[in-house]
Ligand binder design. Structure first.
Ligand SMILES: [Zn+2]
Length: 162
């Protein structure tokens, strides 16, 4: 299980939010960040166009036992940058640690706390393509490596235990 606390300022006020593995998010196993309140858990004002509607997502990698952030605009013609600890994140997800700073457009999100508890590794989410191929979560937004279909709108599933 993980628990992550984030802090950010949206140009009107500051926010602090703690999200744990048990919390229901818009998409199972993902903490989505962007301007679209229907898609995102961490929501920036709709008029703040330096942030994409669905811009980045935090997920737990049960194998590496770490939290990562990935860029959800990576497959666009012009990906909207995500900067984590001063490094640009486009194709590869970046690990998060306490003190990490995630920059989206003109905003910064500070990772103020991360905790892991031992119970955590039973639930590992993955994605399933429309043809039934089961893939690790970090494939979301990509194309299925087996059949090539887009995984953009694919189903989130609990991975079978290894
Ligand atoms: Zn497939």
């Amino acid at each position: 299980m993980y628990k992550i606390s984030l802090e950010w300022f949206d140009s009107v006020r500051s926010h602090t939010r703690t999200i744990s593995a048990e919390d229901k998010t818009k998409e199972n196993g993902l903490i989505t960040i962007g301007r679209d309140e229907n898609l995102c858990d961490i929501i920036f004002p709709i008029n703040e166009t330096t942030v994409s509607r669905s811009h980045a997502a935090i997920f737990y990698d049960g194998k590496q036992k770490k939290l990562f952030v990935k860029n959800l605009t990576r497959n666009k013609t012009t990906p909207n940058p995500v900067i984590v600890d001063a490094k640009s994140v486009i194709l590869e997800a970046a690990p998060l640690k306490i003190g990490s700073i995630i920059k989206l457009g003109k905003f910064s999100i500070n990772v103020i706390q991360i905790e892991f508890t031992a119970a955590g590794d039973e639930q590992v989410y993955g994605v399933r393509c429309i043809n039934g191929h089961l893939l690790p979560y970090d494939h979301i937004g990509d194309f299925c490596p087996y059949c090539g279909v887009s995984l953009q709108a694919s189903e989130t599933v609990l991975m079978p235990r290894a």
